[in-house]
Design a protein around this ligand. Structure first.
Ligand code: NAG
Ligand code: NAG
Ligand code: NAG
Ligand code: NAG
Ligand code: NAG
Ligand code: NAG
Ligand code: NAG
Ligand code: NAG
Ligand code: NAG
Ligand code: NAG
Length: 882
């Protein structure tokens, strides 16, 4: 008995991957007669192995449940021929251990009755002797260089399951000669590097194939019509490839298909109507393709369908009423399509088992009676950017299993009914943003992990929340009163709140002193309220804080030194307040230590504009080498601009080591929630909201101070800078000659200083410049010729009486022409040729750029997205439907 059990244990523990290979029936087969000989064989096998975690010390005491990522180290060493003693062994699973050092245990080939072998990460040839092998799992082995694997394996006539997942196979050439896969039922080639068309010989391989798994490869081209020869196939998984073209009608002949997953490819066609013949189908996933046309009405024949996912395509037309008869449907996902028209009660009549309803991002609207009693109990209700309103959907009241509800931008203009807040207590994720919902939040209690009520008409005081709440976003409403009762209400709870966004309300008074109870906070946005008083010392307890946005309030006093403890801070926005004193020195040190491998501290945004700070900007500022936004405008700073600006590596286009500046994903199983920082910036003339594109912004604004001295020439090293505003200071000297090297500059405002000299010729290289203000200086000479510099209105140059040449009206004298030609043409006097050369360069560069990057940089919608993030105004949570 002990050995019987030991055999069982051994097989299990040798697989540090999941133990799924080991089915109950196979375990039963092990329960055979066993002798002393076999016991010795096992022990001897054990002695041949290095067992650093001592997992084999006693076969009896080993924990069978060895999760992936467990601290156990892999077994390695020699596989002893003693296994030959186990002559009835028919299931051996050694996957994900490390036997590579050992020469191929060729003796395994003499275990004639072995029927189940899982020996990943090993090599191959000896396998061909295991002629009774039925199950072979080589997943994770590197077969990239084993060109003959197909030949070797095709000599196993009994093989019924072959798993070759993640084997780095990049080519499935046709087999040389005849294959013997007459019993093959399962073929898994997923997660390889197959970079070719689906080879048609695959469909000839075995008449018995039941499961073909090719997902997550690089397969291209169309699915061949001949796929219909897989007459017994039940599970066909081709997702995550690059397959394209139309879907073959012949797929409709695979009448045993239960699972058909073609998602995440680039199929461009209507859904073939023969799909309606797939009457055994349980899962049909065609999401993330480019399917067009309408949803076939004949889908009503797919009576066994449980999952219908057509999301993220270009389907048009209405949702056929006949879908409402699919009485086994559990998931219906039609989100992100061009579907339009109304969805009525009849679309749902028989959907008794529906649990997931995903209709977001369509042009559909729901048209049901107020007393509608749906036949289903939903768990996932995703109806954002979908027409529900103007009335609040009363039918939700009887849905008692909902876990996720999103109704953002659903056109609801109504008072939230009194039952609703109690109803939400059990919901995990709630998003009602961007509607015209009204109601008083003063006395409600919220318990969901994620609560997004932003951009509505809610009023009253702040709601109270349970310790479960992780995200609370009530931005952009009319909530009033003070924050203290909210913060101080539950002093001993272990609050999980990570994201708190109360921005754009009418909150007043000070911030209270209870921040100590909210130490999980990562993002705090209190911008645009009527808050006043000092920034409390207790904010220093927020040791995980990454963003602190207090802009547009009436805070006064100084920045408390306790904030130094927030050592993961990345975003600070305290603009437009009445803070005074100097900018504390420690702020310039919120910078990562170059000796730390994964630095968590690197200030990216420092925005203190429009306060009452005084003093000067010290050289220390340049330590903030990860800054993407430095906005110290409109204050009383004096002194000169430090000449170390080139140390700001991110602005200089070096050191972009961070991938995502600030994101917060909620939970692990919800892929549709993602937090992104929003910032209101004034890159040119107007204030704009930046969210998704914040990562692309590089901005320095030191305008409206009392800065003096020259613009340091180091500034021209900031080749990634896009927006530079130094206007309204007392700067003197000349414009640095090399500023044309700031190739990405889109906006340059130097107006209202005392800068003199000529406009450097290099400025004509700034191909992206779309805003320029050089007015009111003592600039003189000719404006350099380029497509860019002449495209601005004269206003950009006014107040410089000595400037000449287009676009200003003053004509240049001969002397000025010559002066320019001398500087441009390096004194050769041939100014016509030279300036044409420069013009040509400008146009040529612009044209080249247009061709090369037009999709990204000049695409109209992208441009609009980049500059006008007003659409999702202050909507901090980004909902993505998958
Ligand atoms: C193995 O055999 C024993 C005794 O014959 C029996 O009690 C046990 O249920 C069997 N185990 C399996 C998995 O069949
Ligand atoms: C296929 O299997 C038969 C026995 O079942 C054997 O005779 C033949 O050689 C095998 N063919 C190949 C190509 O291995
Ligand atoms: C499939 O097999 C048939 C006969 O078995 C053969 O005629 C045909 O050429 C094969 N097709 C491919 C693509 O290998
Ligand atoms: C689509 O497939 C690609 C690989 O081909 C993968 O990188 C990507 O994450 C997949 N996208 C989705 C939405 O599954
Ligand atoms: C289903 O298959 C039958 C023949 O097997 C065919 O006549 C019919 O047109 C098919 N249905 C659709 C919707 O293609
Ligand atoms: C679907 O898209 C393809 C390729 O763009 C186009 O040729 C075809 O006409 C479209 N079909 C429908 C029904 O819109
Ligand atoms: C909410 O539930 C509580 C207890 O479950 C109950 O006392 C209260 O009346 C309910 N409120 C509303 C508005 O239904
Ligand atoms: C709050 O939510 C948790 C689960 O997140 C749940 O267990 C608990 O019952 C809820 N509280 C109330 C009062 O409904
Ligand atoms: C709550 O916390 C305060 C201060 O941390 C402590 O004095 C008080 O005893 C705590 N109350 C309870 C009920 O634990
Ligand atoms: C500038 O020169 C053009 C001709 O080259 C002439 O028509 C124009 O009147 C001149 N403008 C001024 C302000 O002298």
């Amino acid at each position: 008995m002990a050995v019987l059990f030991a055999t069982h244990v051994l097989l299990l523990i040798l697989s540090t991957a999941t133990t799924l290979h080991f089915s109950a029936s196979k375990a039963a087969r092990l329960n055979m007669t066993c002798s002393e000989k076999e016991r010795n064989a096992l022990l001897s096998f054990k002695h041949g192995l290095a067992d650093p975690s001592n997992r084999l010390s006693s076969f009896m005491e080993i924990n069978l449940d060895t999760p992936v990522g467990s601290p156990y180290r892999e077994l390695s060493g020699e596989i002893s021929p003693s296994l030959l003693g186990l002559k009835y062994l028919n299931h051996l699973d050694l996957s994900s251990n490390y036997f590579v050092l050992t020469p191929t245990p060729s003796f395994l080939g003499s275990l004639e009755s072995l029927r189940y072998l899982d020996l990943s990460l090993n090599n191959l040839n000896w396998i061909s002797r295991l002629s009774s092998l039925e199950y072979l799992d080589l997943s994770g082995s590197d077969l990239h260089k084993q060109g003959n694997w197909l030949q070797v394996l095709s000599a196993l006539p009994s093989l019924s399951e072959l798993h070759l997942e993640s084997c780095q196979i990049d080519n499935l050439g046709p087999p040389k000669g005849k294959t013997n896969f007459t019993h093959l039922q399962v073929l898994d080639l997923s997660n390889n590097n197959l970079n070719q068309q689906i080879p048609s010989w695959l469909f000839n391989l075995s008449k018995t194939l039941v499961q073909l798994d090719l997902h997550s490869n690089l397969l291209q081209g169309e699915i061949p019509q001949i796929i219909s020869s897989l007459q017994n196939i039940k599970n066909l998984d081709l997702q995550n490839n690059q397959l394209s073209g139309p879907l073959p009608d012949s797929l409709g002949q695979l009448k045993h298909l239960k699972v058909l997953d073609l998602s995440n490819n680039t199929f461009t066609c209507p859904i073939p109507s023969p799909f309606a013949n797939l009457s055994s189908l349980r899962t049909l996933n065609l999401a993330h393709n480019r399917l067009n046309g309408t949803i076939p009405k004949s889908f009503e024949f797919l009576k066994n369908l449980q999952v219908l996912n057509l999301g993220a395509n270009s389907l048009t037309g209405d949702v056929p009423v006949t879908l409402g008869t699919l009485s086994n449907l559990v998931t219906l996902d039609l989100s992100s399509n061009l579907l339009e028209g109304s969805i009525k009660e009849s679309n749902f009549v028989k959907l008794f088992t529906l649990k997931e309803l995903r209709l977001s991002w369509t042009n559909l609207f729901l048209s049901v009676n107020s007393g509608w009693a749906p036949p289903f109990q939903l768990e996932y209700v995703l109806l954002s950017s979908f027409g529900i309103g103007p009335k609040f959907p009363e039918w939700l009241k009887r849905q008692s299993s909902v876990k996720v509800l999103t109704m953002s931008k659903a056109g609801i203009a109504d008072l939230v009914p009194s039952w609703f807040w109690n109803w939400t207590l059990q919901i995990e994720f709630l998003d009602l943003s961007n509607n015209l919902l009204s109601g008083d939040l003063s006395n409600i209690f919220l318990n969901s992990s994620v609560i997004i009520l932003s951009s509505n008409l809610f009023k009253g005081r702040l709601p109270s929340v349970s310790a479960n709440v992780e995200v609370l976003n009530v931005a952009n409403n009319s909530i009033s009163g003070t924050i203290s009762p909210f913060l101080c209400g539950k002093p001993n709870a272990t609050n999980k709140l990570s994201v708190l966004d109360f921005s754009n309300n009418v909150l007043s008074d000070d911030l209270g002193h209870c921040w100590v109870h909210w130490q999980a906070l990562v993002h705090v946005n209190l911008g645009s309220n009527n808050l006043s008083g000092e920034i409390p010392n207790s904010m220093g307890y927020l040791s995980q804080l990454e963003s602190l946005l207090l802009d547009d309030n009436r805070f006064s006093g100084y920045i408390p030194s306790t904030l130094q403890n927030c050592s993961t801070m990345k975003f600070i926005d305290m603009g437009n307040n009445q803070l005074s004193d100097t900018i504390p020195d420690w702020m310039w040190e919120m910078q990562y230590d170059r000796n730390v491998i994964n630095p968590s501290q690197y200030l990216m945004v420092l925005r203190l504009r429009s306060n009452n700070f005084n003093g000067s900007i010290t050289q220390n500022m340049c330590q903030l080498s990860c800054l993407i936004v430095l906005d110290l405008g409109n204050k009383s700073l004096s002194g000169s601009i430090p000449n170390c600006l080139d140390d700001m590596k991110t602005m200089a286009g070096e050191d972009d080591f961070f991938a995502n500046p600030s994101s917060y994903s909620y939970g692990s199983d919800f892929s549709y929630n993602h937090y992104k920082e929003t910032l209101a910036l004034v890159p040119k003339k107007d204030e704009l909201e930046y969210k998704d594109n914040l990562i692309l912004v590089r901005m320095i604004d030191l305008s409206s101070n009392k800065l003096s001295g020259a613009i340091p020439s180091e500034i021209s090293k900031l080749s990634a800078l896009r927006f530079l505003n130094l206007s309204r200071n007392h700067l003197s000297g000349e414009i640095p000659n090399d500023m044309g090297k700031m190739k990405l500059l889109e906006s340059l405002d130097l107006s209202l200083n005392n800068i003199s000299g000529q406009i450097p010729q290099s400025l004509s290289d700034l191909s992206f410049l779309s805003f320029l203000n050089l007015s009111y200086h003592n600039l003189s000479g000719r404006i350099p010729t380029s497509t860019q510099l002449q495209s601005f209105e004269e206003l950009s140059y006014t107040g410089n009486p000595e400037l000449c040449g287009p676009p200003v009206t003053k004509n240049c004298t001969n002397k000025e022409w010559l002066r320019e030609s001398a500087s441009v043409g390096h004194g050769d006097g041939n100014f016509f040729g030279t300036s044409e050369f420069y013009i040509g360069m400008g146009v040529g560069f612009a044209a080249g750029f247009w061709g090369f990057c037009s999709v990204v940089f000049f695409n109209r919608t992208w441009r609009r997205a980049y500059f006008h993030y007003l659409d999702h105004l202050r909507d901090l949570i980004y909902v993505m439907i998958v």
